[in-house]
Design a protein around this ligand. Structure first.
Ligand code: GDP
Length: 539
């Protein structure tokens, strides 16, 4: 009896510890239009987490407009870019996991997939430029998934746009309500600092001082002490804050967690100003790991059974070894090294003997990990993006959509002696999600679909350098690839027969209609009203 009591207690304590581990996790992505300051902010957050000691340690994975040479440079640093894809660190009592996303729009599919593995997002906006095209696209993905977003308005040390108009623009263009939790006092050369509405304190900005200055606390904004610090700007600040309180309802955490409201912070990532306030508020209000949707049922993080899914694959990290790393997001249960798990797609058992955690710039082998964590699983080609791994239950995670590409080309072998290498290379690069592959049902030719020109260059480069194969592309003037679906098999057959020349198969064997132009697509939609045309592969 006593023994069972003791083991019961142990079990209870272990369960409590497990729940605590989940609750203290914050897994998020930082997104921005290129150049708004994502890399700079990431680096400053890592400094707070003690994950790096000096500025400049985080390598930008940025690719300038269309420059293949930049990409090749990045390829050389592939080891680094793997390490910086996920950066975990401890801050206060929290375990923070930052998932990096490529800034270049040609790699937006990679970003979209990464966003399926986060519980919240911080959007960085340049205070002079406001909402930019890429910000809008990324926000659309967050909205689709109801991901909670927080906004950091950056570069206040430079002349910036009027604060109210910036907030209006965010509300209009990003279609989300905002609630400022801090407020800037001027900008550019007159930038005095940021008033923290959330904590009722003032942080003074001084471009010459590198260290972070302690915040000055006030009972309320009417405190005459405010004048001693910011002089005549105090009155204007009071007026603006009054307006803020009048215009914006109280911060509502539930609305934020539901993805309906974005709390907004201001600062200058370059000067590490306003970043700690952002981080402090972030760990307090951002969500811990959320339930995940599978085709079968909802999975809660605190469930005992282990579940996780692959959202990213990095191949050929070391050109001398055909090494791949699969990034697995843990959705439920405690992950244990060497435990036997099931790879659902193949039905095979797998034992993960050297899983790695990503702690800032280094990888280390770990024995256990918790929901919200990302682990790196060394793999030699068994895992593909979207795969589910569990402690036995047959479930399939949802939410890794493929979007219709915008550019299409036939891919041809340019070296007949190397066709085996070419096919292998194409297969592996597609598994990594570099682009999408379709096979024409009409002539059997392989078609590569991408979002941007750069992806074709990357494919060509990597085929040559990693697989010793040569390819040639042939332009295919195509408008969109649509996944088609219909309840009536006869009608579907009829459609496929009529459009035979334009039908292709995706990598999962599904039917895709390749429309030459928007007009032709519209005609097809009008003619076949009972056929559904999907622009993402998940429906
Ligand atoms: P990303 O493309 O969003 O990752 O942007 P980066 O972090 O690489 O920043 C782009 C450029 O803006 C770099 O030259 C940064 O030094 C600069 N930058 C970033 N944050 C600030 C800031 O707060 N103030 C100023 N003046 N420049 C900044």
């Amino acid at each position: 009896m006593a023994v069972s009591g003791l083991s019961g207690l142990k079990k209870y304590l272990s369960l409590m510890g497990f729940k605590e581990e989940i609750n203290r996790r914050r897994t998020f992505g930082i997104v921005s239009h290129p150049d708004a300051g994502k890399t700079t902010l990431t680096e400053k957050l890592l400094l707070f987490g003690g994950a790096i000691r000096v500025a400049g340690a985080v390598k930008s994975n940025k690719i300038k407009k269309g420059a293949t040479s930049d990409f090749m440079e990045i390829e050389r640093q592939r080891g680094i870019s793997v390490a910086t894809s996920v950066m975990g660190f401890e801050y206060r009592d929290y375990k923070v996991n930052i998932l990096d996303t490529p800034g270049h729009q040609d790699f937006q599919e990679d970003t979209f997939r990464t966003l399926t593995a986060v519980d919240s997002v911080i959007i960085v906006i340049d205070a002079a430029k406001g909402v930019e095209p890429q910000t809008e696209k990324l926000m659309n993905v967050c909205r689709m998934r109801k991901t909670p977003v927080m906004v950091f308005i950056n570069k206040l040390d430079r002349p910036s746009r009027d604060t109210f108009s910036l907030l209006d623009e965010i509300e209009e263009q990003l279609k989300i309500k905002t609630r400022p939790l801090s407020w800037p006092i001027n900008s550019g050369a007159d930038f005095k600092g940021v008033y923290n509405i959330y904590k009722k304190s003032l942080n003074l900005f001084d471009a010459d001082v590198q260290e972070i200055q302690p915040a000055i606390k006030f009972a309320d904004v009417n405190d005459p002490q405010l004048e001693t610090h910011i002089g005549n700007d105090a009155d204007e600040l009071r007026e603006e804050l009054e307006l803020v309180e009048g215009v914006y309802p109280e911060f509502d955490r539930e609305a934020y967690l539901a993805g309906d409201l974005a709390p907004v912070f201001f600062g200058s990532a370059l000067y590490n100003f306003g970043v700690q306030e952002l981080l402090d508020a972030f760990v307090e209000i951002a969500p811990s790991p959320k339930p995940s949707v599978t085709e079968e049922r909802e999975i809660k993080p605190a469930e005992e059974g282990f579940t996780g899914f692959v959202f990213k694959i990095h191949a050929n990290i070391d050109p001398n070894h055909r090494s791949r790393i699969a990034f697995v997001k843990i959705c439920s249960g405690r992950f244990e090294r060497n435990a036997v798990y099931k790879h659902i797609r193949t039905g095979k058992n797998m034992r993960i003997s050297s899983p790695t955690a990503f702690m800032a710039a280094q990888k280390e082998v770990i024995d256990e990990a918790f929901p919200g964590d990302i682990i790196g699983v060394p793999d030699n080609g068994n895992l593909i993006i979207g795969d589910t791994i569990t402690s036995g239950e047959e479930i399939h995670f949802k939410g890794l959509p493929s979007f219709s590409p915008e550019m299409f080309r036939y891919i041809e072998n340019a070296d007949p002696m190397k066709s085996k290498q070419l096919n292998k290379g194409i297969d592996q690069l597609m598994e990594e999600g570099v682009a999408q592959l379709f096979t024409s049902q009409f002539n059997g030719r392989k078609i590569i679909g991408t979002v941007g020109q750069l992806q074709f260059e990357v494919i060509q480069y990597r085929l040559e350098h990693e697989y010793n194969a040569k390819c040639r592309f042939e332009t295919l003037p195509m408008h969109k690839a649509c996944w088609i679906e219909c309840d009536d098999p006869k009608l579907l057959t009829e459609f496929k027969k009529r459009k035979h020349q334009k039908m292709a198969t995706d990598k999962r064997g599904r039917d895709v209609f390749m429309a030459d132009s928007g007009f032709i697509l519209q005609m097809a939609q009008d003619e076949f009203k009972d056929i559904k045309f999907h622009f993402t592969s998940e429906f």
